[in-house]
Design a binder for this molecule. Sequence first.
Ligand SMILES: [Zn+2]
Ligand SMILES: [Zn+2]
Length: 132
Amino acid sequence: MSKVLDKAETNFIFCKQCGIIISYEVWYKRKVRNRDNWDHCRDCIATPKKVEVFVHPSLGRIACVPYVGELNEQWQPINAVGDLYLPGERICGHKDCVNSAHILKPEPKTVSDVDLLLGLIEIQDFSKRASA
Ligand SMILES: [Zn+2]
Ligand SMILES: [Zn+2]
């Protein structure tokens, strides 16, 4: 080994498949030993990929990857400790699909349009009453 890789600022690397955090040490050792899927987390490595091709009514031909691990009551993939694996809405409609291209990452919670609209109505109502 000639040169030690520059250490990432955070000491953590994100799994290429699912985006979960992998510790830098684990990631680096795997990379150096040239392991298969060295840039994937343990959950992803433990998950064999079996691609199934579907014809979706609006998306056309799509390749889905059904999760082979455990599912929760909502048929969503969970990992060994019961946390959601690759959370997010599936555009393909398969709740157990782990093709990252089919998964819409959950948005951070913000004020919804409805809340904004209701707020506007309230303000208008208030100013009407105030001017009457
Ligand atoms: Zn992963
Ligand atoms: Zn899919």
